[in-house]
Design a protein around this ligand. Sequence first.
Ligand SMILES: NC(=O)c1ccc[n+]([C@@H]2O[C@H](COP(=O)([O-])OP(=O)(O)OC[C@H]3O[C@@H](n4cnc5c(N)ncnc54)[C@H](OP(=O)(O)O)[C@@H]3O)[C@@H](O)[C@H]2O)c1
Length: 308
Amino acid sequence: MFGKKKATPQIDKDQLELIENAQRRIRQKKGLYIHFVIFLLGAVFLILANTVLGIGKDITFFGKEWFLYAILFWSFLFVYHVFNVFITHKFMGKVWEKQQLEKLVAKQQVRIDALKTNMIKEEKHVAKSDVFNTQQTQKEILNSNKQELTIIVAAAENDAIGKGNKLIWHLSDDLKRFKSLTNNHHIIMGRKTFESFPKPLPNRTHVVITRQPDYVAPEGVVIVNSLTDAIEASKSDAQPYIIGGGEIYKQALAFANKIELTRVHEDFEADTFFPKLDLSVWKETANTFHTKDDKHDYEFSFLTYERK
Ligand SMILES: NC(=O)c1ccc[n+]([C@@H]2O[C@H](COP(=O)([O-])OP(=O)(O)OC[C@H]3O[C@@H](n4cnc5c(N)ncnc54)[C@H](OP(=O)(O)O)[C@@H]3O)[C@@H](O)[C@H]2O)c1
């Protein structure tokens, strides 16, 4: 059961190749020898066919019998065979094949590398043109004299604007201002802000941005899949308002001409923030302070910023 394992002779790859080579050479030489024998027999047969059996007795070319030409032609074939076995084989043998294969593989590799480089260049080009297109759209919207795209937001001193998809404070006069400014206008918002309302606000066209292709909303609400589409959908309005939330404000700052900011003079814990305003881009054009009172728990200011 546990008898000795038979030792199998191990042949490495090079040895195997040498053996195969030798076998191939033997086969080639054998083939040549057989060809020689057939050639001799064939030549004798052709001579006898003509001289003894009288086949094609009357066929001559340039005064010589046809079998002489046939034997001559066959001799050429045989010489060619000899040449192949002993001469061509030397420089078109296995080594030559290997070299040719390596050359071809190297050429293909060069082509593949060139294609890869081209593809990388193309990708960079496409990326550049995407950035270019976005910048163009931004320029077009900013330079359009027809529209005053306005961001409206209430933000704390620490730029907090919301928590748990809700506003953090209740400031009655701020809501009144929001209502009066946005009344009869398009209001552009992110899907989350839209869902934070109990129902759509009256007298306003709601434009809701979502990446969901099949988002369903009540009748009259316009659903779009990008901020630029939202701006396009509000084209008929001379002053559409971007009303939040955090994600949309971040993207809209590049397109807006005006910001109506209610600055609540407190810091609040929050999960959504308004981006820091770059005062090299925005200049303050109006500022109205509002004190604390029985309807307002915090001091706040109505600030207007316009693009410089
Ligand atoms: N203080 C204020 O003045 C004020 C005003 C408004 C809101 N808020 C507060 O802000 C918070 C909500 O803000 P948020 O940042 O969480 O959400 P949001 O900006 O209201 O909405 C985000 C959603 O908008 C869609 N969206 C964003 N960018 C998009 C794009 N480029 N293309 C297509 N769709 C895009 C996505 O919807 P899908 O996930 O459906 O794809 C995304 O989940 C709440 O707490 C709210 O109370 C505060």
